[in-house]
Design a protein around this ligand. Structure first.
Ligand code: FES
Length: 126
């Protein structure tokens, strides 16, 4: 004896309604007059922010910002006999008289919170 379930057919679906808008991307002139200035301002703001951030981060990573930048390495050499009784050398790379200290480290320390100072070499009093 076999049992079979009767086939149930679903009721027919109503026809789909057509969308009220035509397919595709459309922008009205009113929307365009708002979107364009906002997009331009956003692009300009992003560009300026990126430029500022890149310059700032790049400059922060360099110790030497202005001295002999065309050289691959800044090196100074002195004979100990030529130093005299005292010499004060810059270690902050901000001195206008580099490699000698001119006190520019004070301004650098105030601006950055750094604590650099000069290297002082002097002869011991005999
Ligand atoms: S100016 Fe650089 S350590 Fe003084």
């Amino acid at each position: 004896m076999s049992t079979s379930t009767p086939l149930l057919t679903p009721p027919p679906l109503p026809p789909l309604a057509k969308p009220a808008v035509t397919p595709g991307f459309q922008i009205s002139k009113d929307q365009l007059t708002t979107i364009v200035p906002v997009a331009v301002a956003a692009a300009l703001g992003t560009y300026l922010l990126c430029r500022y951030m890149n310059r700032k981060s790049c400059k922060k990573s360099q110790v030497n910002k202005s001295i002999n930048k065309d050289s691959s390495k800044v090196v100074h050499s002195f004979d100990i006999e030529d130093i005299g009784s005292k010499a004060v050398y810059c270690r902050c790379w901000r001195s206008k008289k580099f490699p000698y200290c001119d006190g520019s480290h004070t301004k650098h320390n105030e601006e950055t919170g750094d604590n650099v100072g000069p290297l002082i070499i002097k002869k011991r009093d005999a």
